[in-house]
Every structure is written in structure tokens, then in C-alpha cells.
Design a protein around this ligand. Structure first.
Ligand code: ZN
Length: 90
């Protein structure tokens, strides 16, 4: 009998952007998880503002990589984003 994979909720501890400018959440377990904003299929408006992302720190996402026992992901060092006024492009 196979044991069904259990969910492994992990808190978001930070964010960075990948090469294609998609936002990636950094989870407490050491894994990364994309949080794409790709309307109308996927809407994550909160990724589009620094305030929105900050509000999601500590929010738990289910981490499939933990269930699979995957090794920890690399985390590029990204300087903290300016908290100034939102830029008009986008
Ligand atoms: Zn994980």
C-alpha cells in the first residue's frame, strides 16, 4: 500500500524574481515556489506590489518539494526592493 503524499505547508520567508521576471516565494523549508501572476489564468495581484508581498510573509504554501524530498533550492541574493512609490510600468 502506498501512503498518500501529505501536504507540507511551509511559511513564506521572502521573495525573489527569476530570469523571466516571475516572482518566486522562498519558503521556510529551503525550497522555492513560483507565485506567478499570469492573468486571466492565474491572478496573484499581491505579487505586484512590495506591500502585497510583505503581507504574505508568513503565509503558508503547500510545498510539493518537501513531499518529494527534494533538495533545497538555490536562492539568488537580491537586494531588498525599494518601498518607494509604485512604478507605472507593468
Ligand atoms: Zn519544501
Amino acid at each position: 500500500m502506498t501512503v498518500p503524499a501529505t501536504s507540507r505547508p511551509q511559511a513564506i520567508v521572502g521573495f525573489h524574481r527569476d530570469d523571466e521576471d516571475h516572482w518566486v516565494a522562498q519558503l521556510a523549508c529551503g525550497h522555492n515556489q513560483h507565485v506567478r501572476h499570469d492573468p486571466p489564468l492565474v491572478r496573484r495581484d499581491w505579487t505586484q506590489t512590495a506591500a502585497g508581498r510583505a503581507a504574505m510573509i508568513g503565509f503558508q504554501l503547500e510545498c510539493k518539494k518537501c513531499v518529494e524530498g527534494a533538495p533545497a533550492d538555490e536562492r539568488p541574493s537580491v537586494p531588498p526592493e525599494s518601498t518607494g512609490p509604485a512604478s507605472p510600468d507593468g
